[in-house]
Design a binder for this molecule. Structure first.
Ligand code: ADP
Ligand code: ASP
Ligand code: MG
Length: 474
């Protein structure tokens, strides 16, 4: 029988410096000795942000400052390489590769500065450099541990549509290319170390899967390669009952369902990219979230059914949300306002996080991430220009200082009173509720509040549902 294949993804902090890379390489080497293992790596932490800054600086015309950022990153990678890789031949090979990647980055920054124009395509190319640098580093670190490793650029594996900055995979094509490139390596006992975050179109143009998209790369490859499991190594013990940066009494959840994890990710739990679970649903491949800084801990297992617990499983919040409302008494008689509103939003590919509509249809209000707000509002003003002129639509209002809190649990329907308890807890803490939505699946209750009340709201609900207690059924 073929040994089971594991796809393992290491996030930015898990490859953040030489010591982290050594730890990641150790985990990969152990897995590759026990079975088959494909590693997927993010850029070293902070690098993608700096690259985007370089691209934007170049766009403003300041080539020198953009190149200074690249120089700083080159120094950081060179010193990490020195510490991680002792073998001189390997070190020279990786150093050469890094030089080529930086030379490409410089050319793109210079071109951008010259034209003062940054296309989404060029931004993808510049922001993908971090993964193209970390993969050879990690592959060399695996080699240092006596196993052959080879870095692979995922533009050779993951075929996507051409939506730069947030591309989606074409799974059939991805499957064929990934298997053709990766299986022969595994047969030869070589550990592939693949760049996360990156894909390419059918025409071979580089794309990225969106910020935090290496999680998505891992499950895309897990599905394409028929992996037995995907392990996402990060800097926390698993999926927690709330964001540990906000709620320090949050606890690790041992098992959670695809749906629950997807809801948490959709509503802002940064531990998973929102699309992470999509590729593995069909084949029901389990996904683990584990701590690369504490590999002895079990982590969280995400499966189709999750654990057997009922009631509230976890809380999450999305900040940086903008509430858009469109309406006025005049829209009662206006046919198809809802349809026009949401097809307009869909056309600009903005992600609608929550919708609420008053029964009189005087007002439709919905929220989008603030990053999508400007283009959504612009598109709506265009679509409803005539209606605004003739006062059929009276206003398109925008409130940028809000947040959405979501209470998530697959089996909440079996537990009456969750909504009542949630809102009573908010009332006790004086948290003003601006809008409410509950999906018909009853696996989440979400509500809009002022940004400034997020921490208070989360803490109140966390306590209300006993999520801080070891006996909460998780
Ligand atoms: P990586 O670099 O490994 O991809 P991220 O920073 O993207 O890691 O995601 C991990 C972080 O997600 C954690 O450090 C934690 O602060 C944050 N986080 C937010 N909500 C949760 C949650 N419910 N469970 C675990 N971590 C969470
Ligand atoms: N490096 C990319 C980012 O920072 C992708 C990732 O880390 O998942 O967005
Ligand atoms: Mg991440």
């Amino acid at each position: 029988m073929k040994p089971a294949l594991q796809v393992m993804k290491f996030g930015g902090t898990s490859v953040g410096d030489a010591a982290c890379i050594a730890r990641a390489a150790q985990i990969i080497a152990e897995a590759a000795r026990a079975g088959k293992c494909v590693a997927v790596v993010s850029a070293m932490s902070g690098v993608t942000n700096r690259l985007i800054e370089a691209a934007k600086t170049a766009q403003s015309g300041n080539a020198q400052a953009a190149l200074a950022i690249l120089d700083e990153l080159a120094a950081k990678h060179a010193s990490t390489l020195e510490t991680v890789v002792k073998n001189t031949a390997d070190r020279a090979r990786v150093s050469e590769k890094m030089k080529l990647v930086f030379a490409e980055g410089r050319r793109f920054c210079e071109g951008t500065a010259l034209l003062r124009e940054l296309s989404p395509r060029t931004l993808d190319t510049i922001s993908s450099l971090g993964e193209r640098l970390s993969a050879p580093l990690v592959a060399a670190a695996v080699e240092e541990r006596g196993l052959p490793g080879e870095s692979v650029e995922s533009s050779e594996l993951i075929v996507t549509d051409d939506f730069h900055g947030g591309a989606d995979p074409l799974m059939n094509e991805t499957r064929v290319k990934s298997q053709a490139r990766i299986f022969p390596l595994l047969e030869k006992g070589i550990v592939p170390v693949v760049t996360g975050f990156i894909g390419s179109t059918l025409d071979g143009e580089l794309t990225t899967l969106g910020r935090g998209g290496s999680d998505y790369s891992a499950t895309i490859l897990g599905a394409a390669l028929d992996a037995a499991e995907v392990i996402i190594w990060t800097d926390v013990d698993g999926v927690l009952t709330a964001d540990p940066r906000l709620i320090n009494e949050a606890r690790t959840i041992p098992s959670i369902s695809y749906r629950e994890a997807a809801e948490l990710a959709f509503f802002g739990a940064k531990v998973l990219h929102p699309k992470t679970l999509k590729p593995v649903v069909e084949a029901a491949i389990p996904v683990w979230i584990r701590n690369s800084f504490a590999p002895e801990k079990r982590g969280t297992k995400i499966t189709p059914g999750g654990g057997s617990s009922t009631g509230v499983k976890a809380l999450t919040a999305i900040r940086d949300v903008t509430l858009i409302s469109l309406g006025g008494p005049g829209i009662v008689g206006l046919p198809d306002v809802v349809g026009r509103t949401f097809s307009t939003i869909a056309e600009v590919r903005a992600n609608v996080l929550m919708i609420s509509q008053s029964s009189s249809q005087n007002d439709i209000c919905f929220s989008v991430s603030s990053a999508d707000a400007e283009r959504s509002i612009e598109a709506l003003r265009k679509e409803f220009a005539q209606d605004l002129k003739h006062e059929k639509v009276e206003h398109i209002n925008v409130d940028p200082n809000i947040a959405i809190v979501a209470v998530v649990g697959e089996n909440m329907r079996g537990t009456p009173g969750v909504a009542g308890r949630t809102f009573q807890a908010m009332g006790r803490e004086n948290v003003n509720i601006i809008a409410i939505a509950q999906g018909s699946s009853e696996s989440n209750i979400s509500f809009v509040i002022e940004e400034s009340a997020v921490k208070r709201a989360l803490l109140a609900a966390h306590r209300e549902f006993g999520l801080h207690l070891p006996t909460n059924g998780n």
